[in-house]
Structures are given as C-alpha cells and as structure tokens.
Write a protein that binds this ligand. Sequence first.
Ligand SMILES: Cc1cc2nc3c(=O)[nH]c(=O)nc-3n(C[C@H](O)[C@H](O)[C@H](O)COP(=O)(O)OP(=O)(O)OC[C@H]3O[C@@H](n4cnc5c(N)ncnc54)[C@H](O)[C@@H]3O)c2cc1C
Length: 318
Amino acid sequence: MDKLVSKYRGSRLGDRLKLSFEYFPPKSVTMERRLWRTVGQLELLNPSFFTVTYRATGTDRQQSMDTIAAVAKESKIPTAGHLTCAGEKREEVDKVARFFRENGIRRIVALRGDARDGAPPVDEYAGAAELVEGLLKIADFDISVAAYPETHPLALSETDDINYLKRKFDAGARRALTQFFFDPDVFLRFRDKAQRAGIDKPIVPGILPIHDIERVIAFGERCGASIPTALATRFLRLKDDPRGQYHLAVEQGALLCEQLIREGVDAFHFYTLNQTDLSFAVCRQLGTRVEYLPMPAKISQPSVNVSERSSFGVDAIQ
Ligand SMILES: Cc1cc2nc3c(=O)[nH]c(=O)nc-3n(C[C@H](O)[C@H](O)[C@H](O)COP(=O)(O)OP(=O)(O)OC[C@H]3O[C@@H](n4cnc5c(N)ncnc54)[C@H](O)[C@@H]3O)c2cc1C
C-alpha cells in the first residue's frame, strides 16, 4: 500500500472494514467495459479481495476461467475464482483448480453449484465440503464457502444446513460468504446459531444493493432470500423515479451494514452485479476512504485510447 495513504488508515471505522466485491463474467463487449470500469473504481476502496463467479455450462466454463484469470492478472487486489462441482467429473473440477494455481490464483470460493438440466448424473464431489477437501490436496488455497442465513432451499432443516456449513469449515474453509438478505436480525440469528454449533470462523454477510427491486424479488424467490414487504413497497413506490430509487438503495444498503457493524460485523461481501455506483456509494457512506493510486506511466500519456487503459483508471471515479 502507498505509504502516505497507509499512515492515515485505521483510525476511521470505514477504514477498518474488510470489503470484498463479487463480479460475474461479461457476455458482451459493452458488459466487458462495464466490468473493467467497476473493477477500476472498486479497487480504490482497497478491498481485501475480489471474487468472480463461475458457470460450468458449455462455453461459460472457459469464459469464467478467462475472466477470473484476467481480473487476477490486471488487478492489484487478490482475486478469488468461484468453482462449482455439481454434475462434474472430479478430474474436470481439479483441472480448473490447477489452472487457478498456475495463474497465481490462491483463493477459491468453493461451491456445489446447481447441476444443469439434462447433465449426466456425475457428482464425483458430493458437495462443497468434499470439494474443499479435494482442493486442499491440490494447493494450499484460501477457501471461502457459501452460507445461507435463511437456509438453503434444498436443506432438510435449518439445523442440517448449519451442520453442513460446519462440515465445510472442518474440511478447511477459512470463511463463509452468505447469500444476500435484507433484515439484519436474519443474519444475526444465523450467526448465533452457527456459533452455538461450534463454528468460530468468519461468516461474512453478503450485501446486495437494490439496483432493481423487481429483479431482486425474482432472485430472492429463486434462492430463498426474503425481501421485507415494507422495503419492497418503498422501492415499488419509486418505480418511475430512478434517482429516488438510487438514493433509497444507498440509504438501505448503508443502514443494513451499520446495523451489522453495531453487532460486531467488520467484513462485507458485496454482490456488485458488475455495477460500480451502488456498492461504491454504500461503502463511502460507511466511511471507507478512497485511495488514490499513483498513476502508472502508461496512462499518464495524453493520447492513450480507452481500450489500452488499465483497470486502475483513477478517472473512472468521475
Ligand atoms: C456467496 C455465493 C456465491 C455463489 N457463487 C456461485 C457461482 O459462482 N456459480 C454458481 O453456479 N452458483 C453460485 N452460487 C449458488 C450456489 O451454487 C447454490 O446455492 C447451490 O445450490 C449450493 O451450493 P453450495 O456450495 O452452497 O452447496 P452445498 O454447501 O454443498 O450444499 C447446499 C446445501 O445442501 C445441503 N447439503 C448438501 N450436501 C449435504 C449433505 N451431504 N448432508 C446434509 N446436507 C447437505 C445443506 O443444507 C447445504 O447447505 C453462489 C452462492 C453463494 C451464497
């Protein structure tokens, strides 16, 4: 870290927060530009790590691997590749883990994933706990796993779900990143139950700033995350007022984080959906300082065109 910046860090609450940001592989040139803009801007908050999601289906697999490797290479922020195993042969999953290792990627978010329709029933890794064990035989990866404050939809019971999370930690995971939620009590109750089950490693709340209430409701229905009716109503009332929705989303995201901070939470995992503004604004609202990086010689030239610009572009903030 730049010495001048580090001298002043640590005295403000926002500087003590450990942040991580999640991206997904872009599907078009426009989306790719948006990804790099987002990476460039969120780097300025000096997060602990980035993560990039993974899809095992068809061409998505190669695209996921390429995006994970590109973000890891271009960014100064350590990057974790997500990796799923459902419906996959063990050798195929291990090959991706070796690809990560060979590309200097030391962090993995290890997931079972959801087997695609019509996929052959190969589940050589039975679930995420077995995957964590297998990955640690390949390299000493820093492994995160998923956790579900409102219980995974396929879990037999809440207790079973927490016991399975414990198995993932016992297998060697270092932290869990949660599914998104909007009620702080949902997370706090889950954290208490996890502690009572003997889990003593970090459970990092997943924060999804509400960029589009209808899409968020649909995501929630698919993955079992509830949206309080009063909150949904506030957003739906602002249907034709994008500026109002933006301000409400920042206010709601920051309030949720502040309520958790008061209960001792000091790390947050943001689902960015490759959009800069909301995650950035929520973190700024929490007092996270923006770190201005020294400008690399390459981009201080006046005639650099956009496609050559590195992901560290300070101008992205404007
Ligand atoms: C932070 C985060 C990131 C994600 N990233 C991706 C991604 O990049 N790509 C993607 O495709 N999906 C992703 N997902 C979605 C995830 O793949 C799905 O939620 C999937 O259904 C479960 O994956 P898991 O690793 O939690 O599974 P697991 O932890 O293996 O299992 C899920 C649940 O099933 C039950 N269970 C499983 N095995 C057992 C067992 N042996 N005994 C008892 N109970 C069991 C438990 O209740 C457990 O919590 C992500 C989810 C989160 C929260």
